[in-house]
Design a protein around this ligand. Structure first.
Ligand code: PNS
Length: 162
C-alpha cells in the first residue's frame, strides 16, 4: 500500500521545528505533502506562495530524503484535500500540552468528517520553544531569527539594512 500523509500548517514562516517534523514524517510515509493552509485566525506575514517557496528551499538545503510535495490549499476543508489526493493521515508536531489541547479537537473532527487519522510526532526538544508567531514578532522588530529558522528563511527575513 502506498501511504500518503499530509503535514498541514500556516508555515508563516517555516521554522526549524517544522523542518524537523517534516523530516521525521518523510521517513515514515511513502509520500508526504506539506500543505500551506491559510489560517483566518492569524495575521499573515508572508503571502502563501512565498511560504511554499521557502519550504521547498529549506527542504532542498537540508537534503531531506523522501518523496515530498509542497503545495497550498485554500478551498474547503483540509480533509477535502486529503480525500482528493488519497491521503489517509495528517501529521502534526506536538511541543507541549498547549499543542495537545489545540490539536485534539481538530484531530477528532477530521476523523469524524472523513476518517482521516492524525499522527502526533514529538519534535526535537531543542525546538520546543520555537514558533512561527515568535519568529514573526522577532523579525518584525528587527531581531535576528537565525537560530529558529532554516537559512533560506533567515536570509529572506533579514532586514534590508543589515
Ligand atoms: O500552523 P497552524 O496555523 O496551527 O495550522 C492550523 C491549520 C491550518 C492546520 C488549521 O487551521 C486547519 O486545519 N485548517 C483547515 C480548515 C479545516 O479543515 N477546519 C475543520 C477541521 S479542524
Amino acid at each position: 500500500m502506498h501511504r500518503i500523509a499530509v503535514v498541514p500548517g500556516s508555515f508563516d514562516p517555516v521554522t526549524l521545528g517544522h523542518l524537523d517534523v517534516i523530516e521525521r514524517a518523510a521517513g515514515l510515509f511513502d509520500e508526504l505533502h506539506v500543505l500551506v493552509v491559510h489560517n483566518p485566525g492569524k495575521t499573515a506575514l508572508l503571502p502563501i506562495a512565498q511560504r511554499v517557496t521557502l519550504i521547498e528551499q529549506s527542504i532542498r538545503e537540508a537534503n531531506i530524503p523522501g518523496t515530498i510535495l509542497v503545495t497550498s490549499w485554500s478551498v474547503g476543508l483540509l480533509v477535502d484535500y486529503c480525500t482528493d489526493v488519497g491521503a489517509s493521515v495528517l501529521v502534526k508536531g506536538i511541543r507541549s500540552q498547549i499543542d495537545v489541547a489545540y490539536e485534539t479537537p481538530m484531530a477528532i473532527v477530521n476523523r469524524d468528517l472523513a476518517g482521516v487519522e492524525t499522527v502526533f510526532l514529538l519534535p526535537n526538544p531543542a525546538h520546543a520553544h520555537v514558533s512561527s508567531s515568535l519568529v514573526r514578532q522577532v523579525a518584525s522588530l528587527g531581531g535576528d531569527v537565525t537560530p529558529y529558522v532554516p537559512a533560506a528563511v533567515a536570509k529572506f527575513l533579514k532586514p534590508a539594512a543589515s
